[in-house]
Design a protein around this ligand. Structure first.
Ligand code: CA
Length: 225
C-alpha cells in the first residue's frame, strides 16, 4: 500500500515515514503544499497523511481541492493545537480523520489502519469486473444485471477482491478488511467464503472467477472464455 505524506517538518516526516515503511507501507514524502496536491492528483495512494500548515498551499485547501475534483482518497489531517484551523474545520473540508500534534506514532498507525479499512467502504463508486458489478454503498451485487444474493461476509470478501481486480490480494488483507480486529480465529476462514463465492459466481454464470494465488491469497479476474 502506497501512502503520500505531505509534511514540511523534515524530522517528523522522516521519523514517521521510516516507521511506516518498517510496517510495509510504501511512503512518498513531500514537504510543500503545491507539490503535495500535484502528487495527490496523480493518484495511486491508499491514503494521504496531510499536515495542515504547509508552505505553498495549506492542507485545508489541498483537501478542499481534492474533494472538489471528486478525488475520494482517504485523508488523515495533522492539525496543531491552537492553530488557525480547528479540528471541526479539518473534517468540514473533507478530511476523513484528524490527529492533533503532538501525537504518538502508535496512535497515528492505528488511525491509519482504521482509515484504510473504512475508506474502502465509504466510497460510493460501483466496482466492475467483467459482467460483475458491486455497489458498496447500496450493498448490491449483480451479474449481468441480475442480483447476486450474498451474505454480509461474502459481500465483503468479494468487494475486497473487486477493489483490486487482476491483483493478488493477501488473505491477511481480506481478513483485516472484512473481519473486525477482535477476530481471533483461523485465517483459513477466508477460504470458506471464497469457496461459497466461487459456487455463486459459477451458478450465476459470471464471466469472472476467483483464482488462488499460492502462498499469497486470491485474485478476481475476468474469465476469458
Ligand atoms: Ca507544518
Amino acid at each position: 500500500m502506497r501512502l503520500l505524506m505531505v509534511e514540511d517538518e523534515e524530522r517528523l516526516a522522516q521519523s514517521l515515514s521510516q516507521g511506516l515503511r518498517a510496517e510495509g507501507y510504501a511512503v512518498d514524502v513531500v514537504g510543500d503544499g503545491l507539490l503535495g496536491l500535484d502528487r495527490a492528483r496523480e493518484g495511486g495512494y491508499a491514503a494521504i497523511v496531510l499536515d495542515l500548515m504547509l508552505p505553498g498551499l495549506n492542507g485545508f485547501r489541498i483537501c478542499q481541492e481534492l474533494r472538489r475534483e471528486q478525488n475520494p482518497v482517504p485523508i488523515l489531517m495533522l492539525t496543531a493545537k491552537n492553530g488557525e484551523y480547528d479540528e471541526a474545520e479539518a473534517l468540514d473540508c473533507g478530511a476523513d480523520d484528524f490527529l492533533s500534534k503532538p501525537f504518538s506514532y502508535v496512535v497515528l498507525t492505528a488511525r491509519l489502519r482504521a482509515l484504510l479499512r473504512r475508506g474502502a467502504t465509504a466510497r460510493p463508486t460501483v466496482l466492475a469486473v467483467a459482467d460483475l458489478r458491486i455497489d458498496p454503498a447500496a450493498r448490491r451485487c449483480t451479474v449481468d444485471a441480475t442480483a447476486l444474493r450474498l451474505t454480509v461476509k461474502e459481500f465483503g470478501v468479494l468487494e475486497c477482491l473487486a477493489r483490486r481486480p487482476d491483483q493478488a490480494v493477501p488473505k491477511t488483507e481480506i481478513l483485516d478488511a472484512v473481519w473486525d480486529s477482535a477476530f481471533r480465529g483461523d485465517i483459513n476462514i477466508v477460504e470458506v467464503y471464497v469457496a461459497a463465492l466461487r459456487r455463486k459466481l459459477a451458478a450465476a454464470d459470471a464471466h469472472c472467477l476467483i483464482e488462488t494465488v499460492r502462498g499469497i491469497g486470491y485474485r478476481l479476474t475476468p474469465d476469458e472464455r
